[in-house]
Every structure is written in structure tokens, then in C-alpha cells.
Design a protein around this ligand. Sequence first.
Ligand code: GDP
Ligand code: K
Length: 279
Amino acid sequence: KKGISVALAGNPNCGKSSLFNVLTGARQKVGNFSGVTIEKHEGFLDFKGYSLKVVDLPGIYSLTPYSPEEIVTRRYLIDEKPDVVVNVIEGPNLERNLLLTTQMMEMEVDFVVALNMIDEVEEKGISIDVKQLQKLLGCHIIPTSAKKKTGIDSLLDHVVRAYRKDIDLKKNKLSFRPEVEESVHAIAALLMHQPELERFNPRWLAIKLLENDREVYHQVQQLPVWIKVELLLQDAIRIAARLFDSDPEVLITEDRHAFIRGAMKECVRQRSPERATMT
Ligand code: GDP
Ligand code: K
């Protein structure tokens, strides 16, 4: 049987462990992620001739390396390279949850979104244009309810399809403002052919350097190409200060939020608020 490794990633309280339990039932084991005391839950299931290994990653708000949970998740995504990542989103809290999703887009991992707690979304009269949101995020979105056990087979179907690269959506890229994009491009071009950085996506590395990401800094600083990279980073800092009275890290965060606000405006409506508040 062909094996597919699947990782569940999402904010704390998005329903990740509930979904994990629905997916894998009794076939679970608990260990630790290497080097840390964070519990690693692994589960197993068979689906349409595939045997899936599902890892429940710790709940995180962001893919920055500022908490042990974030470090574990990021390392797992980069070093273990699961075949498919399921980004579990708390449907009623879409806007906040999308911050992690934008960072998945940047990493260019193969992921699908489980739009979880869809039962609560419907109860609250929130309507989400899933089709349009799929287009903007460049990934499939499957409404699920871990509580009512709905959408589970469809989610698994899409996991298998993602594994088989049977995707009929164009990947989308979150573009930053042109001044930032210019720096991202220039730095990525320098990092592209560095054999030591082969397992990373160069665009992602460039974004992380502009964000002062200390892990990525550490990795790139040791290479001879650093001298050139540093000059470009200094340019970016100067430009951000001169044009926006800001710095690249802040601009990147602002642009992610602008993208998310745009997506929310396009895709989310509150239906009949009277009904939602009357209950
Ligand atoms: P985790 O922190 O992401 O692992 O989240 P949990 O699985 O512990 O779920 C957090 C809370 O949300 C719990 O009270 C769950 O019962 C609830 N929950 C999880 N999934 C759903 C869902 O699809 N619908 C509803 N209404 N509640 C859910
Ligand atoms: K809840």
C-alpha cells in the first residue's frame, strides 16, 4: 500500500485534535518531537488504497521561530517534508486564522485547508464564498465539522488528490508592495543556487531575512553569499525608512494583513444579523 504522510497545522483551538481523533480514531501513538518535550501525536488510517500517517502538529499562530511550538512546526515542515499539510482553520475566526495560511502560501508547501467548525459558521449566519477564497489562497478548501463529523471524506479525498498533484487550482502568491517585492526578488535570486540552502524555497528565505528571522539569518550568515545579501538587506531597510518611515518587517506584516482584509471583504458576508443576534 502506498503511504502518504499528512501533517495537521493550525492555530490553538481550531479543532485540530478533534479532527485528528475523527480521522485516526483508535490508531494513535504518542511520542515527542525530537529534542523537545512537546508531545507528538501520530495516527494512522487507510483511505482508498492509501495508508495515511497523520501527525498533529502543535497549535501555532505564526510560522516565526519565537516559541518552541513554532520552531517544532517549522522544522517539521522543512525537514520532514510531509507529503500534504492540512491547515485547519477555525471557521468562525477566519480572519485571525488566515495569518498562518498566508505563511503556508509563502513556504509553498502542498497544503489543503480544512475550514473547520463549519457548523458554527452556519449557526452564526456567516457565509463564506469558498470558491473565491480558494482562488485567492491558491489551495483547496474543504468545509469540515469535527464535532458533527462532516466533510471528513471530502477532506481525505483532497489530501489524496494533493498527494497525487491532481490539483485544478493555480497556486497563488501573496504579493507584497512593489518596493518590498523588488528586495524579495533580488535576495531570492542570490540564494537560489546555494547548494547549502537547497531544501528551502528561496523566496521564503528572502522574506524571512527581511523579517529578521533569527534562524534563517543564522543559516545564511555562514555562507560567502552573505556579503551580497547583507547589502541588499541594508538597501531594503533604507528604502522602507525613506518611503514609508518604517522597516521591511513591518511592511511585510502590513501587506499580509492587507491581503487577508481584502480576502475577507471579497469572501465573507454576515447573513441576516438580526437572526444571529436574536437567538
Ligand atoms: P485544538 O486546540 O486545535 O486541538 O482544538 P480542539 O480539538 O481541542 O477543539 C477546541 C474546541 O472546539 C473543543 O471544545 C472542541 O469540542 C470544539 N470543536 C472542535 N471542532 C469543532 C467543530 O467542528 N465544530 C464545533 N462546533 N466545535 C468544534
Ligand atoms: K468552540
